[in-house]
Design a binder for this molecule. Sequence first.
Ligand SMILES: [Fe+2]
Ligand SMILES: [Fe+2]
Length: 139
Amino acid sequence: MTEHNLIQTLNDALGWELRAANMYAHYAANIRGIHRLQLSPMFTDEATESTMHADIVRKAIVKLGGVPVTERNPHEIIHTTQYGEMLVHSLETETKAAAVYAAIMIELESVGDQDLYDAIEQIYLAELRSLEELRLLMG
Ligand SMILES: [Fe+2]
Ligand SMILES: [Fe+2]
């Protein structure tokens, strides 16, 4: 694994986090009905968490000598006001995030940067917690 590939994979994760922050903020604002009471704050928390993850990944890219992306991943953010659809798209997003971080952890095993490995592992575990929470929410 070259550092160039690692920077590319980290940039892939950064693009997904920027997209996630955007999507969750959009859903927090657009959700309608009684579930807005609980899910709007949850989506806002997820948007904040995605922004925090993006910040960690961005700084890691700079530290490695790379240039962080400024555009979000282009995967379409589906507009809806229905909580059920939002949960489906959230599950898709968290599944993708967990997969990207799992790939980064495998790459980092051959790099030997323990600090970065620990930071990425913490993010990965946070994505898994979100995934599990979404699965429970969806019954
Ligand atoms: Fe994240
Ligand atoms: Fe997430």
